[in-house]
Design a protein around this ligand. Sequence first.
Ligand code: PLP
Length: 378
Amino acid sequence: MVYLDFAATTPVLPEAMQAACASMTERWQNPSGRYAAAAAAAKALDADRATIASALGCGKDELFFTSCGTESNNWAIRMAAQRSRRRGRHIITTAIEHASVLETCRALEQEGFEVTCLPPTPDGHIDLEALRAALRPDTILVSMMLVNNELGTQLPVAQASRLVKQISPEILFHTDAVQAFLKVPFSPRTLGVDLLSLSGHKVHAPKGVGALYVRKGLRFPALLTGGGQENALRSGTEATAQIAAFAAAVRTCHATAQVDWARMNDLKVYVLDKIARELPSVEQIVVSDAPHILALTMPGYKAEVLVRVLGDRGVCVSAGSACHRGKPSHVYAAMKLDKARRDGSFRVSLDRATTRADLDTLVAELARARELLFPTMS
Ligand code: PLP
């Protein structure tokens, strides 16, 4: 199999599996217990939190574990709205956010909040002047993702947060960094954000674990009340095995991040060059900034069919975002791509272990699919 859908999910690294296994067999006790074995589990949890916090560039007391990126985004947005509702009811986000941000904002609209969705520029970025124009005295939150999951573009979060904080330090700034973590260099402080979401399964940890960064000193409402875990902000017995795996995966990926980024960028140049020479009917939709995502289109063809034909030959790519389960991509709609380009759009996403041979297979199978589908699609 040639798997090129790493923006959808990644395989669990062996060291992450081993860490989860050790947690489940050797340190399975409840970290809240009052005996020595429980203290060992609590100590391991603390060390895992420190590992991820250090890779992210924040204090371990600023990192709170969740079950996934979706939960982190929901928590950040809902609780930011709850915290600031007396000051205002206006939220700004972008039209190209992940559904876990957009649907949460939509739900808040039902509760009386007003949401402004900034449209993307034709190259898949966000215009800071549009953000400035959207800010109002009653704006309480701006949520702007760092790397877009369908386009691979990096949005100007640092500049946007600076602009917002200059106008009003009271406005909270959240960024969904699920696709950016360990793919592009940043820290919450260099970005100047208050809240930042992560997901484990995008960085070789198992599904079922994520994290929310909450800036130190920010009084933020609890998501779950109960036994007081996660500094009383997200109660519930900690998912120690998933967290152990998350930390092990982050340790490995962080150690080789610079080399991996350079390799993936080289691979991107390699495959784009090969496509330009061998498959001129395939176009890049926008120039991606992140090293692991390529947004491509074969105008005149249906991406769902193309993806199925490639899949039958063992080549896994995605049509639009895997999270949309076949629904048309809101990102491409917001980009106002013409129908032929939108229908033919697919995403190729790379990983630290992707090789030139994988990409050679992709290009060969795309060429084969084009020949095969041509009679029906012409
Ligand atoms: N945000 C972005 C940008 C994503 O790409 C995804 C998943 O694809 C999520 C959030 C949701 O993360 P999770 O699958 O951990 O809920």
